[in-house]
Design a protein around this ligand. Structure first.
Ligand SMILES: CC(C)(COP(=O)(O)OP(=O)(O)OC[C@H]1O[C@@H](n2cnc3c(N)ncnc32)[C@H](O)[C@@H]1OP(=O)(O)O)[C@@H](O)C(=O)NCCC(=O)NCCS
Length: 188
């Protein structure tokens, strides 16, 4: 089965392409997600993160991208589309999707997360059933919280979430973007 989102892939933005990952991405994926400063801000990425982890992840993504309930895309610069710089993904349950992302450390501070996540949000809301996107970040991740603020997410509360790389439960700021807020911020 091909889900409703895949026909829109690859997504292109001004500087970036969001494309299906391939097994050729494994070495860069392992290197970039293997940076502890990346992994520690994520829930499920272990540290150390090996090429075996990366390969298993790509295999899982290629299967789950076909289901229509989730989508995980490799992000690359349009001028160098084979060179992965990060990942953006969402998975849907009923009317809510959870969205997440990371970028390799050499690519921080260039606006790439804001640009890529904006495109992924627009794709998710193409599905009329989706009414809200959940994200949030560990409380010690102001850069990610700022990205979400820029994209119209609102803080809904605090929780505690496990971080595999830290091997600990970590305070978390919960954020959501409703369809209404999204459309008010970016009418289309
Ligand atoms: C969080 C992350 C995705 C940001 O990516 P990025 O491409 O650098 O983000 P952008 O450049 O689009 O925007 C970052 C914003 O945060 C701000 N920022 C960066 N560091 C900050 C800090 N320490 N405190 C406050 N704001 C900060 C930047 O100034 C920018 O805001 P601005 O445009 O208003 O100036 C990236 O750092 C990353 O991948 N981190 C590790 C994984 C991760 O945290 N994933 C998200 C998990 S919820």
């Amino acid at each position: 089965m091909t889900g409703p989102f895949l026909p829109h892939v690859p997504l292109t933005t001004r500087r970036l392409v969001l494309r299906q990952p391939t097994f050729d991405d494994v070495p860069r994926l392992a290197r970039l997600a293997g940076d502890k400063d990346v992994a520690r801000m994520l829930a499920v990425v272990p540290h150390p993160y090996t090429e075996a982890h990366a390969s298993a992840f790509i295999g899982d993504v290629l299967a789950s991208n076909l289901t229509g309930d989730s989508l995980a895309l490799a992000v690359a610069r349009a001028k160098e589309p084979h060179a992965l710089v990060g990942f953006v993904s969402f998975s849907r349950q009923d009317d809510t999707a959870t969205i997440g992302w990371w970028f390799g450390k050499p690519f921080w501070g260039k606006g790439f997360a804001t640009e890529a996540v904006r495109a992924m949000i627009a794709l998710a809301f193409r599905d009329p059933e989706i009414q809200r996107l959940e994200a949030g970040a560990f409380a010690d991740n102001p850069a990610s919280l700022r990205v979400q603020e820029k994209l119209g997410f609102r803080r809904t509360g605090e929780s505690v979430k496990a971080s595999a790389a830290r091997g600990a439960d970590v305070p978390h700021v919960d954020m959501i973007l409703t369809r209404e807020d999204h459309e008010a911020a970016a009418p289309h």
